[in-house]
Design a protein around this ligand. Structure first.
Ligand code: C5P
Length: 282
């Protein structure tokens, strides 16, 4: 049996560059793992069953288990490896789902790695990447974690060896934003210019306010227009002293960066009506 912690992520900048012929979009983003973690326990079984239990998230508990990304991850890995042994997966959710924090993707990546280790199987890194990508655009990032620049659908990843000295206040208003809808609303008919996000995040280390000028999330305008409450959270993060605030992924979670835990926790008091947490980068 193995225990794995599956961390969430935020996007420190997310640009939707162009629409592709395969229905996806090329993006330019910086992923950063944060220490809100789902807990996963995986055990080998004597039979071929894949059993998955979910705890801590009613919405997910009510969904058909065969749709769960963890179960799909095991099926895809077994198919590729010709492996038949079953697994029992116990998933305890702490990351809000459908929130732009990559919870389901992180669980899937963790289960892929855990299953390989229990089966004692190696897999070619490129094959693993392709399986991860077939499960979702954010899954490849969670095979590596840390801070990484992502391009293409998010699967071309360059690690960024940066230690972000900030405390991150994450606020989730519980509004579900369907990702395909958000991409459609960005309405990228013409290609967009790409910023040098890696340069901007390094600059942000000694000049945090520069992040406000350079790091954007292209999903904010359509999401804030449709749900003004989400845009107000961003304004309130600044009002409560955030050095930098942004929406993560296609929302609806926002985050603010603060210099000290005390400042982040003080700001958190202003968001009592929402789910919120002060976290560090991992
Ligand atoms: O890859 P994932 O399952 O997260 O994508 C969900 C949907 O979001 C896709 O079907 C597509 O409509 C949209 N998407 C996109 N470009 C990306 C990622 C997602 O258009 N890079």
């Amino acid at each position: 049996m193995i225990h794995i912690s599956a961390p969430a992520k935020i996007n420190l900048g997310l640009e939707v560059i162009r629409r592709r012929d395969d229905g996806y979009h090329d993006i330019n983003t910086l992923f950063a793992a944060i220490d809100i973690c789902d807990e996963i326990r995986i055990q080998l079984r004597d039979d071929r069953e894949i059993i998955c239990t979910v705890d801590g998230d009613e919405g997910l508990q009510n969904e058909p288990i065969e749709n769960n990304l963890c179960v799909r991850a095991v099926r895809e890995a077994r198919k590729y490896l010709g492996e038949e042994r079953g697994l029992t997966i116990d998933l305890r959710k702490h990351i809000p789902t459908g929130a732009g924090l990559g919870g389901g993707s992180s669980d899937a990546a963790a289960v892929l790695k855990g299953a390989l280790s229990l089966w004692d199987k190696d897999i070619d890194p490129n094959a693993l990447l392709q399986i991860a990508l077939s499960l979702g655009s954010d899954v490849p990032f969670f095979l590596h974690r840390g801070v990484a620049h992502g391009s293409s659908r998010g699967e071309i990843l360059q690690p960024v060896e940066i230690e972000l000295p900030y405390y991150c206040l994450v606020v989730n208003p519980g509004i579900h934003i369907p990702t395909p809808w958000a991409y459609r609303e960005v309405n990228r008919t013409k290609e967009r210019e790409e910023s040098d996000l890696v340069a901007h995040i390094w600059e942000g280390l000694h000049d945090p306010l520069s992040m406000r000028r350079h790091l954007v999330n292209d999903f904010e305008p359509p999401v804030f227009a449709a749900y003004p409450e989400i845009g107000e959270i961003k304004e309130r993060l600044y009002h409560h002293g955030a050095l930098f605030a942004l929406m993560s992924g296609s929302g609806s979670t926002l985050f603010g960066l603060f210099e000290t835990r005390e400042r982040a926790e003080k700001a958190q008091e202003g968001f009592e009506e929402y789910w919120s947490k002060v976290v560090r980068f991992v």
